[in-house]
Design a protein around this ligand. Sequence first.
Ligand code: MGD
Ligand code: MGD
Ligand code: MO
Length: 768
Amino acid sequence: MGKPEFIGKKSKAAGGWGALRSCGKKLLASGAPLSGAVTMLKANQPDGFDCPGCAWGDPEHGSSFEFCENGVKAVAWEATDKRVPPSFFKTHTVSALRGWTDYELEREGRLTHPMRYDAASDTYLPVTWDEAFSEIGKVLRSLDSPDRAEFYTSGRASNEAAYIYQLFVRLYGTNNFPDCSNMCHEASGIALEESIGIGKGTVVLEDFEKADAIFVIGQNPGTNHPRMLGDLRRAAQRGARIAVFNPVREKGLERFADPQNKLEMLTGGSTAIASEYYQVRLGGDMAAVRGMAKAVFAADDAAIAAGKPSVLDRKFLDQHTSGIEFYRAAVDMTSWEAIEDQSGLSRAELEGLAQIYIASERTICTWAMGVTQHRHSVAMIREIANFMLLRGNVGRPGTGLCPVRGHSNVQGDRTVGINEKPPREFLDALEKEFGVPMPRQHGHNVIAAIGAMLDGSAQAFIGLGGNFARATPDTSLIAKALRKQKLTVNIATKLNYSHLLPGEVSYVLPCLGRTEIDRNSDGVAQIVTVEDSMCMVHGSGGINKPASPELRSEVAIIAGIAEATLGSKVVDWKALGHHHDRIRDLISRTVPGFHNYNERVRKPRGFRLYNAVEHRVWQTPSRKATFSSCELPSQTEHQRAAGEKGLFVLQTFRSHDQYNTTVYGLDDRYRGIYGERQIVFINPADLEQIGARPGDRVDIVGQHEDEIERVAKSFRVVPYDVPRGSVAGYYPELNVLVPLSSAGEQSDTPTSKSILVSFRLAEATKAA
Ligand SMILES: Nc1nc2c(c(=O)[nH]1)N[C@H]1C(S)=C(S)[C@@H](COP(=O)(O)OP(=O)(O)OC[C@H]3O[C@@H](n4cnc5c(=O)[nH]c(N)nc54)[C@H](O)[C@@H]3O)O[C@H]1N2
Ligand SMILES: Nc1nc2c(c(=O)[nH]1)N[C@H]1C(S)=C(S)[C@@H](COP(=O)(O)OP(=O)(O)OC[C@H]3O[C@@H](n4cnc5c(=O)[nH]c(N)nc54)[C@H](O)[C@@H]3O)O[C@H]1N2
Ligand SMILES: [Mo]
C-alpha cells in the first residue's frame, strides 16, 4: 500500500523557492538546461516568441520579464534535446507503444521525420514530404463527400496556420471543424454573445490594476495561469477584495510568494491572495451568483425605502440593458432554500459577498473550466453577466467579464475562422475574396465528429496539433472511432496516444514549434501571430535551431496538403506557404479588425482587436446588453448524488505538472502529491463512509445512465479539503469515465466537471 499523503503536508505558499526548484529540475529533465534557460528569457518578449503555456495577457512594459514556472516547463518540454527518429519506430511497434503512458510517450522527445504507418510490420516508416502530401490528397479526393472528413484543431495553432487550414478545408468543401474549444470555453462564447453581443472577454490587464473587487470562479490560476496570480497578488496588495469560488482549497489562490520578489523569498513571506474563499458545490455557482444577486436586489429595495441612492446602476440599466424586469422576477422566484442547497453556501455567506460587491466601485469576474464544463454552463455564465450588469460592471475601466482562456491561441483560432458554425459575414467575405462558393451548412463539433466517426459517416481525421483521443470523453470508444478511418493524419511536435490509433492510411507529420526559427527558402525568418484572452494580437518568432532539418512549419505542411488535394487554381498555396505576410494580408481583407495587420503586429505589444463592449456598443439583436432569466437547474448532479447512497460527483482537473494531455512529471506539489497520478481526492468523512482508509486503492465506477460500463481501476484515495459528495482526480487518465453522451446544453461541451460515480474497494486493497 502506498504511503498516504495528507492535507497540510504541502509546501507553504504557491510560487516561491519551490517553483524555482521545480523549474530547474524540469529544465534538466528536458535534457537542455542551458538552451532551455536562454530560450525562456525570450518568452513573451517583444523580439521573442509567445509563451506556449497559457493565454493570459502580457504587461505593457513587455521587457519586465514575468517569471512563470509552468511557462518554463512548457518551453523546456518543446526545446528538449531528445528526439524520436525513425530508428525509434524500428524498435517499437505501434501496438507496444499503446501500452506506454502519456508521460512516457512525450518524454521521448521531438518527432523528426514524416512517418507513414505500415500495417504489415505494425510500425511507422519514414517517407518523403511529397509522398505524404500526395497520398493524403488522393484519399481526401476519393471520399464521396467532403463532409466525410473531420478537421480537428488544437489551440496552439497560430492565426496563420489556422487561417490557411480553414481556407483549405472550406475550399475542399466542409465546415467540419471540431476544435479543442468545444471542450473548453465554448459555453463562454455562446453565453457572452447572447448577453453582451461578443463571445469574448471585455477586460485588459490594466483593468486588474483598477478593480476594487475580483471574483475568481472555477479556476486554478496558481497552476494553469501563473502569470494571472501576479496580477491578483498586486491587486490584493493594494487592498482589492478577491473572492474565490472553488470546491477545492487551491493553494495558489490562498497564498502566493513571488519568485521575482527577492525580499519575500528571503523572508519566506507570501501574500494572502483570496480574502474570501468559498467552497461551493460542484455545479453550484449559478445558485451562488443568484444568491448574491438576490441580496443585491434586497439591499436596493432597502436603500430605496430608506430614501437612499439605489445600489444598482440605474442609468446604465436604463440606457444599455434590456430584460431586467424578467430577471428580477426569476430571482424573486428562486428560494433561498434552493440557492443554499445547490451552492452549498449559506445565505449569510452570500449576503456578505453581495456586500463586497456593493461596496466595490469596479468589479471584475473571471472564470474557467470549473464553470464551463457542466451541463448548465451557458445559463451559469449568463447569470454571471446578469450579476455584473446590475452595477454597470461591463464596458468601464477596472471592470469586466473575463473568461480566462486555455491554449495560448485558442481565441485567435476562432477569430480567424476555426468555427463549425461560421458567421455568414465571414463566408461572404471569403467568397468575395476568392470568387468561389463556400460551404454554408454547419459542420461538426467534437461530439458530432466522434458520432460521425463511430457510425461510419466520417472516414478521415486530420489533427492540427492536440491529442484528440486522450482529450475527448469515453477513451475506448474514441480509439475505435479512429481505427475505423480510411485516413488519419496528425501534425504534431511530439508523439502521443492519438498517433497510435492509425486508420487504413496514416501519417504523423512533424512540425516546428513556436520556439524554433522558421526560415523560408529565401532565408527570411517568419513570424506567426496569436491573440490572448484580452484580445491583444501580437507577433511571435522562434529563436532556437529546429529540432530536425526535416521539420516544416504548420503553415507549410497545410499548404502542401492543400496543393496536393485541390491544386492551385483558386489559391497559390506555394506562395502562401512561402511567406506568412501573404496570409496576414488575406486575413486583413476577410476578417474584421485586422487592417494594416502586417505593420501593426510588428509593434512590441501588437494591437488590441476592436471590442465593441468597451464602447458600450452591444451587438445583440436588441442592441442592448441582455439579461437572461433562466431558472436554476431543476437538479444539479450534486443534488442527485446526495439523494442516492454511495453516489458522488467527480470533477477531472489538471495537476501542477501537466499541460492538458502532456504530462511533464508525476507531482502535484501544491496539492501535496508526489510521484503518481492515479489519485482521487475525497472528503475524509466520505472516505469513512465508503469504508476506505487513506491510501487505499479503489475502482471508480461510472454511474451515467446508459449501457456502457465505465471503470477507472486502482486509484489511491487521498483525504482532502473538498465538500462532502464532491470528489476530484486528474484528466486525461479519468476520461474513461467521462460519458460521450453527457454534454452541456447549447455548448455541447463534455461535462467533465460533473460525472456521477461510485466506488468499490480495489482487489489490491482487499487483499492487503
Ligand atoms: N500549466 C498548465 N497551464 C494550463 C493548462 C494545463 O493543463 N497546464 N491547460 C490550459 C487550458 S487548455 C485551459 S482550458 C486552462 C484550464 O484552467 P483551469 O480552469 O484552472 O483548469 P482545471 O485544472 O480544469 O481547474 C478547474 C478548477 O475549477 C475548480 N472547479 C471544478 N468544478 C467546479 C465548480 O463546479 N465550481 C467551481 N467554482 N469550481 C470548480 C477545480 O477545483 C479547479 O480548481 O489552463 C490552461 N493553462
Ligand atoms: N476530462 C477532461 N477532459 C478534458 C478537459 C478536462 O478538464 N477534463 N479539458 C479540455 C480542454 S479545456 C482542452 S483545451 C482539451 C485539450 O485538448 P488538445 O488540445 O487536443 O490536447 P493537448 O494535450 O493540448 O495536445 C498535446 C499535443 O499537441 C501537440 N503539440 C504541442 N505543441 C504543438 C505545436 O506547436 N504544433 C502542433 N501541431 N502540435 C503541437 C503535441 O504532439 C502534444 O502531444 O482537452 C479537453 N479535455
Ligand atoms: Mo482548454
